[in-house]
Design a protein around this ligand. Structure first.
Ligand SMILES: Cc1cc2nc3c(=O)[nH]c(=O)nc-3n(C[C@H](O)[C@H](O)[C@H](O)COP(=O)(O)OP(=O)(O)OC[C@H]3O[C@@H](n4cnc5c(N)ncnc54)[C@H](O)[C@@H]3O)c2cc1C
Length: 501
């Protein structure tokens, strides 16, 4: 008889694990708190507009290809490669710097700012490529059985990478570049990890290598939510059922492990194995009441930015606006070091603008544009009260109107705001942290909450706050790691059980 797996959560990690395990012969069922699938990779539809709720691009498209091959399906959605990758504007300037994948075009764009840009960037990328390839299979795509196992594995990473563990991304930029703007623009990748270049280890300079060389950036035809819709179609074919509006709030312990989870209505969900796609640290504390994950202990960990997101629909066309755009001030270091702890005002916020209607015209009615704005803000530990959110929204709208030369306020036909309180409530994100646990060296690899439960031999984890980390490609890798682990460990458990019968 097929072994049954229950997955808690239908984020990208949960959905891809469901399909991998189903293709390996397990019977799979999912319970999901929210009213539709996708977790943070979700969609908002309103007033004739469609917005991707959070992710607007991804890199490392080869991880999706690996997934489709594993499951034995055609890619269930269509990639669109983005080039240029993004634009950056600094306050007080009309100039929009364009980041191209092509190094020659990129060098042309930055030649006035950074003498010898092409050579410098080549050297930076060479060094970033080294750390990427030296850690890809030794650390990132690897399950660890214990902290000792992880530390042993670390010793296999060539020593030439050691300085990057000690330096920050900003310090690494300073080694190669002199221009302030260049350093700021190419260290923005730290924000994709939900942190800043001043507290993110230089090992993550590998992200610049993945964006400029080893793949690039991708959007999806029809919008990012097509990923989820494509996966749901495949799941139907495999008879994988999802039960929405079902939140796990408690558990039932058995003799040999976990017997089941209990939802908010008191219904018990039983299975042979369980995979938790809810935040791996929060869940251990909130549901399993583990001593290592009390609120006090979780508060002392480093968490990623709180998202303040806006979904705007406007009358008129903005033909001069690219897919991804960053609007920054001129006090990057001060802003980055203070924003996460709420010790700087939000009158002049830094923010990101995505215009989904640029590549996917059906996301806005004829003659309109859909705009998505993301502003990194303190999580709820530092700013629990968001009753002033309209003020921040208005600051951003008026700043953006001025910088792009278009009066957004008078052309607004739809507006929705999600602050960290909304994000926390929608998907159980700890204190509204958008990307889960941060990626400091003491919170990655063997130091990150493991994808196997400490107590129950039949409980596993997948997603942002377990290994390897945050972002869409990492969620896909996380599903690969947990599937490998389940197949490896459970086969030996079942072999042992049948030998004893
Ligand atoms: C604003 C924002 C922008 C982002 N932009 C990008 C981007 O451009 N590119 C990129 O690669 N990444 C981006 N990310 C990160 C990316 O969205 C996440 O890393 C990824 O989607 C996380 O997937 P996951 O599988 O870990 O879990 P999640 O998406 O968090 O899914 C977990 C699911 O579990 C459910 N759940 C939680 N608790 C329970 C419970 N007790 N019972 C039942 N169900 C439960 C939740 O409702 C949720 O559906 C962004 C994130 C944010 C917030």
């Amino acid at each position: 008889m097929k072994k049954k797996v229950l997955i808690i959560g239908s984020g990208l990690g949960g959905l891809t694990t469901a399909l991998r395990l189903a293709s390996d012969g397990y019977e799979v069922e999912i319970v999901e708190k929210y009213h539709q699938a996708g977790g943070r990779l979700n969609q908002l539809q309103k007033d004739g507009f469609k917005w991707d709720m959070a992710p607007t691009f991804f890199s490392m498209s080869f991880e999706f290809k690996e997934f489709a091959d594993y499951v034995g399906i055609d890619m269930p959605f269509e990639f669109i490669e983005l080039d240029p990758l993004y634009q950056v504007n600094f306050a007080g300037s009309d100039k929009f710097y364009t980041v191209y994948k092509d190094l020659k075009k990129l060098a042309e764009e930055f030649k006035d700012l950074e003498p010898d840009f092409e050579r410098r960037m080549q050297q930076y990328l060479k060094s970033a490529a080294t750390i990427y390839h030296d850690t890809e299979y030794r650390i990132v795509k690897k399950n660890f059985t214990s902290l000792t196992d992880y530390l042993l594995q670390l010793t296999r990473v060539p020593i030439r990478n050691a300085p990057k563990m000690l330096r920050t991304i900003w310090k690494e930029m300073e080694k190669y570049f002199t221009s302030y703007e260049v350093k700021v623009i190419f260290s923005l990748v730290a924000f994709f990890l939900g942190a800043t270049p001043f507290d993110t280890p230089a090992v993550f300079s590998m992200l610049t290598y993945t964006e400029l060389v080893h793949d690039g950036y991708y959007n999806v035809r029809g919008g990012m939510y097509k990923i989820v819709e494509g996966l749901l179609d495949e799941m139907k074919k495999q008879n994988i059922r999802i039960h929405y509006d079902t939140e796990i709030v408690d558990y039932l312990e058995g003799k040999d492990g976990l017997r089941g989870f209990i939802d908010q209505k008191g219904e018990i969900w039983k299975a042979d194995l369980f995979v938790v796609n809810s935040d791996a640290a929060w869940f251990r504390g909130q549901i399993f009441n583990r001593k290592g994950y009390t609120e006090n202990k979780l508060d002392r960990k480093k968490w990623t930015l709180g998202p303040f997101t806006m979904y705007l629909g406007i009358k008129g066309k903005l033909d001069h606006i690219h897919h991804h755009n960053y609007f920054l001030g001129n006090n990057f270091q001060e802003y980055a070091s203070k924003i996460f702890k709420n010790s700087i005002g939000l009158e002049k916020p830094y923010y990101y603008l995505n215009m989904p209607s640029r590549h996917n015209p059906d996301t806005a009615p004829e003659g309109h544009e859909a705009l998505f704005i993301l502003c990194p803000v303190p999580d709820l530990r530092y700013k629990p009260d968001w009753s002033d959110r309209e003020e921040l929204a208005n600051n951003i709208i008026s700043d953006l109107s001025q910088r792009i030369g278009y009066d957004i306020q008078s052309n607004l036909v739809s507006k929705t705001i999600y602050d960290p309180v909304n994000w926390k409530n929608m998907f159980n994100l700890y204190k509204g942290s958008g990307l889960g646990l941060a990626h400091d060296l003491n919170q990655v690899g063997g130091f990150r909450p493991n994808n196997r439960d400490e107590k129950f031999g039949n409980v596993y984890y997948v997603g942002s706050s377990t290994v390897p980390g945050t972002g869409l490609p990492m969620a896909v890798i996380s599903s690969k790691l947990v599937t490998q682990r389940i197949n490896h460990e459970q086969k030996s458990v079942y072999k042992k059980q049948s030998a004893n019968q």
